[in-house]
Design a protein around this ligand. Sequence first.
Ligand code: APR
Length: 311
Amino acid sequence: MKKISIIGAGNTGATTAHWLAEREIADVVLLDVVEGMPQGKGLDLLEAMPIIGRDTKVKGTNDFADTKDSDIVIITAGIARKPGMSRDDLLKTNAEIVGNAATESLKYSPNAIFIVLTNPLDTMAYLVMKKTGLPRERVIGQAGILDSARMRAFVAMETGVSVENIQCYVLGGHGDEMVPLTRHSNIAGIPLRDYLPADKLEAIVNRTRKGGGEIVNLLKTGSAFYAPAMACAQMADAILKDKKLIVPCAAYMKGEYGLNDMYFGVPVMLGAGGLEKIIEYKFDEAEKAMFEKSAASVKETHEALKSLVAL
Ligand code: APR
């Protein structure tokens, strides 16, 4: 059985472990700084396996040595913004947590592929790549699958069509400036623009952009975790099964889409080598403008990180 370690056993970490274990995708190690909590969640999840007949092993720990020889490391560790905390304070704190998680994990799993989930997502993926010195193929940020899934869910709610028939593509940074591509999105091959009236489509695009905030407002204490965790599980599955799955993820740009030295949400091919290819769409002028606006916003956070942390 392959092995996946999840750093941060909070809502997204534990739920990712749940999806992975249930699907027998890999044995799972859940690591957290809080003592007892990952061990308790790990044991509880392990005890659920006989009921569904899965032989997945799950272990909770506080010790990075237990992550040894992982095929994939998923980083979800971090803290949420607290009242009175500035964006830069949060960035600095999460950069320390994520940077340490990445370097400690790499010591024990020199061949692992890293999936980064902690926000601000694009910038945390950039940090992991810089801190570990790994090639971009082995550091991939989650986000596009989640944003696209939210849009697909909203289209299904509006049309009553099966989610299986609905393909949506949301690219760009994981923030309000994300880029939902309505021209490329479709229902059973019919462009969304032809299927839905313009006002309905615009409402779906706006709801998608604010999808994360909608959940935060409802939960009041914490952010979304079921769908982000499922997105991580899909990425890990595609890598371990060498599926060559094309999905939007945050990837390090080396000239693609005219962008350099930054992480950004683009369609990538996931397989045994991690990020095996970046797919380039042809954009019209309006799409290009949205893409550039989103890139500028991500770049700004990258610059803030560079001013706070030595890379
Ligand atoms: N090492 C390991 N785990 C840590 C560390 C650390 N240095 N610092 C904090 N953690 C753990 C916390 O103890 C907590 O259990 O990270 C976990 C984070 O879990 P939650 O607070 O439940 O947050 P969650 O909803 O899982 O989100 C985590 O992912 O989706 C993003 O925006 C989200 O950045 C956030 C991250």
